[in-house]
Design a protein around this ligand. Structure first.
Ligand code: NAD
Length: 354
């Protein structure tokens, strides 16, 4: 065992969050054991369960635990009982607050397709073999930049699309590094035919790209990219884009995977990485053993790669998930009405395939 254990902060949250976090940690413990890696976990409240216990969606104790850890694994937050509560008592407020506190400026969302796993409206011959990552800038532009707000009597409203060179450059570096470790193709997505922010975005990507001669950089306008993701998804490797474009494109791309339950994510850039499946708390299936743990399990593969520096272990988890899916093991959401296994059975299948 290595001397200082990796400190993982677990935030299971609400609904199916605890079920999928439990699954992911089971896989992580097993892969850590096999690689002789020491893991130390602590579990804390976030979201609706935190509001019930403390009145706050992100208690100070949780925040401090997250900041003092090497990485955070989050399940999901949200429950219908909080729908009419003010923002300070909404579970989702806790999620936004922790993302902000951890200063994660780069959101990585891999999208991949295993034939027959779940339903996608795109034809199999187009979508099969899809395997790319959307890198979305997460802390700038329209969602955060000032000025923003309403004018008198809500006669107008505004948001500001603004990027500094520094903000673009750090996102570019994360994207080039990622591409370098994959198929070495980076598509930078902008709207440089219309927007000055996009022209600056493109300039900075071209400049940073000179340091990454082994990575092939190309540019697409966002409207064209939205079409190409559906028409030729296999041609993408890494897509890097600004906040709003990335929000939209990553959800569009998610459709290719067959179920929300398949998709992992990582938010990087600060001292502590945040890993979470893309899906929400799915109250409709919570507590029934129906949750697909794949997104959460692949999130710990990303954690192994980006926060723990354990590339081999990360690949081992990814290969195990693929092998299980290729063998036809299916949770209900991706079974297309056929035979389905429970969350626990899916998890054990992955552990067995490691
Ligand atoms: P959702 O992602 O929870 O569920 C959408 C649909 O997908 C549901 O039918 C659900 O059963 C299914 N689904 C989701 N994850 C699945 C999985 N792992 N396995 C199988 N099926 C899965 O989105 P929603 O219903 O719009 O939101 C429910 C709650 O989650 C709301 O309170 C919302 O605010 C919250 N939410 C949280 C996050 C987050 O924590 N990151 C993200 C989105 C929504």
């Amino acid at each position: 065992m290595s001397s200082s254990p990796f400190r993982l902060c677990l935030l299971p949250g609400d609904g199916i969050g605890p079920e999928v976090v439990d699954a992911a940690v089971t896989v992580l413990r097993e892969v850590a054991r096999r690689h002789g890696l020491a893991l130390e976990t602590s579990t804390h409240l976030i979201g609706g369960c935190a509001v019930r216990a403390t009145g706050k969606p992100l208690p100070e104790e949780t925040l401090q635990a997250a900041l003092g850890s090497n990485a955070v694994l989050l399940g999901a937050v949200g429950a219908p009982e909080f729908d009419k509560e003010p923002p300070a008592r909404k579970p989702e407020t806790g999620l936004l607050a922790i993302r902000k506190a951890l200063n994660c400026f780069a959101n990585l969302r891999p999208v991949f397709r295993i034939a027959g796993a779940g339903a996608t409206p795109v034809k199999d011959e187009i979508v099969e073999g899809t395997d790319f990552v959307v890198v979305r800038e997460l802390t700038g532009s329209l969602y955060f930049a000032e000025p923003r707000g309403f004018g008198p009597e809500r006669g107008w409203a505004q948001n500001t699309m603004k990027y500094t060179v520094e903000e673009i450059e750090r996102l570019a570096r994360v994207s080039f590094e990622l591409a370098r470790g994959r198929r070495k193709k980076l598509t930078s997505v902008d709207k440089a035919n219309v927007l000055e922010t996009s022209q600056l975005w493109r300039e900075v990507f071209v400049r940073v790209g000179k340091e990454y001669g082994d990575v092939e950089l190309s540019h697409l306008y966002v409207d064209n990219c939205a079409m190409q993701i559906i028409l030729r998804p296999r041609e993408f490797d890494v897509i890097a884009t600004e906040n709003l474009f990335g929000d939209i494109l990553s959800d569009e791309a998610g459709v290719l995977a067959g179920s929300l339950g398949m998709l992992p994510s990582a938010s990087l850039g600060g001292q502590v990485g945040l890993y979470e499946p893309v899906h929400g708390s799915a109250p409709d299936i919570a507590g029934k053993g129906l949750a697909n743990p794949t997104g959460a399990i692949l999130s710990v593969a990303m954690l192994l790669r980006h926060s723990w520096g354990q590339e081999q272990a990360a690949q081992q988890v990814e290969r195990a998930v693929r092998a299980v899916l290729q063998r036809g093991v299916r949770t209900k959401d991706i079974a297309g009405g056929g035979a389905a296994v429970s969350t626990g059975e899916m998890t054990q299948a992955v552990v067995g395939a490691l």
